[in-house]
Design a protein around this ligand. Structure first.
Ligand SMILES: Nc1ncnc2c1ncn2[C@@H]1O[C@H](COP(=O)(O)OP(=O)(O)OP(=O)(O)O)[C@@H](O)[C@H]1O
Length: 344
């Protein structure tokens, strides 16, 4: 048993853990199933996600993070402890140092909650870094050059748009419109237009299989099942991608507007870099069909999708941990520098 540095992408939808020297060794949904009365944790991750929308009254399957921040501290702690326990069983570590990520616009209280939960889950020393910066590194962008890099990280709960230069964020915007909003919009559309109630998992399946950001697209079709609002009976329905494009229009526009706002705030020299280098999409939402094309057309810049959009943040923590001057040493130097500044 030995101590290791680990990177955690504590996402609204998924938790990924990177162990220095080993790579991503855990990738599980951020879901916990609990007994309502005793609050006993019954299942975590994939097992708990299977139960979502299917539990008897005394069991509840919940997602402890909402919009990129901790919604239920105790359940988040239980979930992270469980994942860390799995790693321990594999004999990787005693108390690890942890690099954990958060959205850019959260309050210091919310950031402290993330730090505290990582400490309680077993972290020896915890360092918090902002998600779009880590995602950009994970997407392979060299953010340390004096040139602009632009990243649009579309997760489950939040979309973080940032322009980076010389290793830091220059301008950014975070909105609570991302993968979960897409799912909610689909549920609403099916309810309003087809009088059919569907669950979150069905909405997500529709999004992944036939969802699109484009208005004019090849019409794909999917058969879905739900409960008829009027009769109360189960019903089957065929729905096509044009309808889903319509359902997602509002959410997609919010992402375009957030990106436009960031470009508008970006200093002219850096904005001119972006005309050439473009923006990179990371996070699971980047996989929505046509979103890259739509953003490129609306923003008039090249837009590409990172190679492993769902893994960029975890890979970014890995690259920061593996770097010779890794984040913990750097933070120690920063602490010393800060202390010196305070002394003089
Ligand atoms: N092929 C796909 N098409 C569209 N959306 C997808 C696809 N695959 C995954 N997603 C969506 O990506 C989202 C999860 O992405 P990701 O794991 O990057 O989020 P997260 O890091 O957990 O969230 P956050 O950063 O907001 O806390 C989910 O909403 C999921 O439905």
């Amino acid at each position: 048993m030995f101590s290791k540095d680990i990177g955690i992408d504590l996402g609204t939808a998924n938790v990924l853990i990177y162990v220095k020297g080993k790579g991503i060794i855990l990738n599980e949904p951020s879901v916990v199933a609990m007994d309502r009365k005793t609050e006993e944790v019954l299942a975590v991750g994939t097992e708990a996600r299977k139960m979502m929308g299917r539990t008897p009254k005394h069991i509840v399957a919940v997602r402890p993070l909402k919009d990129g921040v901790i919604h239920n501290f105790d359940v988040t702690e239980a979930m992270l402890k469980h994942f860390m326990h799995i790693l321990k069983l594999k004999g990787f570590m005693t108390k690890p140092r942890i690099l954990i990520c958060c959205p850019t616009n959260i309050t210091s209280i919310e950031q402290n909650a993330i730090r505290e939960v990582a400490e309680k889950a077993g972290g020896k020393k915890v360092y918090v870094e902002v998600e779009p910066k880590v995602a950009a590194i994970g997407a392979g962008l060299d953010i340390y050059q004096p040139n602009a890099s632009m990243v649009i990280d579309i997760g489950g709960g939040t979309t973080d748009v940032a322009v980076l230069s010389m290793g830091d964020i220059v301008t950014s915007e975070t909105i609570k419109t991302a993968g979960d909003s897409f799912d909610r919009q689909i549920m609403k559309y099916v309810k309003d237009h087809h009088k059919l109630l569907i669950g979150e998992k069905t909405a997500e399946k529709i999004k992944v299989e036939i969802g699109t950001a484009l208005k004019h697209t090849e019409a794909k079709e999917i058969e879905i099942r739900g409960r008829d609002i009027l009769t109360g009976f189960p019903r089957t329905l065929k729905i096509n991608s044009m309808e889903i494009g319509e359902a997602l229009k509002e959410s997609v526009n919010s992402i375009v507007e957030a990106a436009r706002m960031v470009l508008e705030k970006t200093p002219p020299e850096l904005a001119s870099d972006i005309i050439e280098s473009g923006a990179v999409l990371t996070g699971g939402g980047a996989l929505l069909d046509g979103l890259d094309q739509l953003l490129a057309a609306q923003l008039q810049i090249p837009v590409s999708i990172a190679e492993n959009p769902l893994e960029c943040v975890a890979l970014g923590t890995g690259l920061m941990l593996e770097a010779k001057e890794n984040i913990f040493r750097k933070s120690k130097q920063r602490q010393i520098a800060d202390a010196k500044n305070r002394t003089f």
